[in-house]
Design a binder for this molecule. Structure first.
Ligand code: PMP
Length: 402
């Protein structure tokens, strides 16, 4: 009898990793040595930061840092539990009240992360016999949330309200009819920096009795009155966009996901989302910094103003150099390159020149749509931006792109 060698149960770990490395699809982690600020140190090199989501520069704001330190003194380093058991501190309640006021919603709920909000809530909002209709370029955390649901799924063309209407109309022909239809879209899309036509989406959803869920991770702190986000930007009402999801990890400068809407939504969400119910709550320092971030947005409008002034300046500058910035309408400004290899080389040369901006390549975007994704920040000066534009010009010419 031939004795078979036992199979190596973990051999795939190395082989799959090596496959990623040989295809240059592995993540090479850079190390930020110090705070995330417009000029910072990455891998020992002084660089201008053009790829952080810290849109308003709040991650290093003195009021946020002070609030975090103070909360450690008064409430300790950790919360000790999940919120439904013993980890629901007065600070968590204050944050949710403040956030609801800021969002002009009846109520808000804070999750540990935006990813936990999407993956915990979406599967509860639509179940067997329901339909989820999702933009084809929605974020991975939405995709995972949708996969966790027993509902059927349909995808509509990116930012295409007409296609959404077509998909919903077709869905309505089904017998038996879907009990619920949930339409989900990012507010601002993180690869292209374009804005979802939320007003049209809300109108179509309303016509068909569907619910609207917007992930505004990249719209809050950026769009709308005082950075209140996409719902405010389109001046929509709560009964038009029933679920407004966001994150404290980007413009707010800290970490944590959140959902705002009706009191009914919030009562439902915290009783049903397993990511919320079964995961330890935020430590006091995080919660206090998030509260301070909302207060800064309410009292220091200059950050949002500066962000837009930098955005307009840099986008025009890049376009004047002869680059294409795609569909960007926001502080996410892709500089289109085309070929993945050239985009990687471009980013490496930028780093040598002291500019930190990452390439976005296949499979994150189509093979011929590789780009350098730049992200504006309110704290960058015109001097920083001019230096960055000079580097783009130099390398663009070097690589024969402009
Ligand atoms: N949605 C979108 C559109 C995002 O870009 C992100 C963060 N990359 C998330 C959700 C997840 O947010 P968080 O970082 O709070 O987990």
């Amino acid at each position: 009898m031939v004795r078979m060698l036992p199979r190596d149960p973990v051999g795939f770990l190395r082989s799959e990793y090596e496959q990623l490395v040989s295809n240059e699809l592995d993540w090479k982690l850079r190390i930020l040595q110090g705070p995330s600020s417009p000029r910072c140190i990455v891998d020992g090199k002084k660089v201008i930061m053009l790829c952080s989501n810290n849109y308003l520069g709040l991650s290093n704001h003195p009021k946020l840092k002070k609030a975090a330190i103070q909360a450690v003194k008064t409430h300790g380093a950790g919360s000790g539990s999940v919120r439904p058991i013993a980890g629901n501190m007065d600070l968590h309640m204050t944050l949710e009240r403040k956030l609801a006021e800021f969002k002009e919603a009846e109520a808000s709920l804070v999750y540990q992360t935006g990813f936990a909000a999407n993956s915990g809530l979406i599967p509860q909002l639509a179940d067997a016999g329901d339909l989820i209709v999702s933009d084809e370029l929605n974020h991975g955390s939405i995709i995972d949330g949708v996969r966790l649901s027993k509902a059927e799924r349909a995808v509509y063309k990116h930012c295409d309200a007409e296609d959404l209407a077509r998909v919903i109309q077709k869905a309505e022909e089904r017998s038996p009819a879907y009990q619920r239809i949930l339409v989900i879209t990012d507010g601002v899309f993180s690869m292209d920096g374009d804005i979802a036509p939320l007003d049209e989406i809300a109108r179509i959803a309303h016509d068909h009795g569907a619910m609207v869920y917007v992930d505004d991770a990249h719209g809050e702190g950026v769009l709308g009155k005082g950075g209140r986000g996409i719902v405010s930007h389109f001046m929509l009402k709560r009964d038009q966009v029933q679920v407004e999801m966001g994150t404290f990890s980007k413009a707010f400068g800290v970490v944590g996901g959140h959902v705002s809407g009706s009191r009914d939504l919030i009562n439902f969400a915290y009783n049903k989302s397993r990511t919320w119910l079964l995961s330890g709550s935020h430590p006091p320092a995080v919660v206090a910094a998030c509260i301070a971030a909302i207060e800064v947005l309410e009292t220091e409008p200059e950050h949002v103003k500066n962000l837009w002034s930098n955005t307009d300046y840099f986008r025009k500058g890049i376009q004047n150099l002869g680059f294409d910035t795609g569909a960007s309408q926001t502080p996410i400004i892709p500089v289109m390159i085309g070929d993945s290899g050239v985009a990687k080389k471009f980013s490496a040369r930028l780093f040598e020149q002291g500019i930190f901006a990452l390439p976005i390549v296949f499979p994150m975007v189509a093979k011929d749509r590789a780009r350098i994704r730049t992200i504006m920040n309110a704290a960058l000066t015109k001097y920083d931006l001019d230096e960055a534009l000079l580097a783009f010009e130099k390398i663009g010419k070097e690589l024969g792109l402009i």
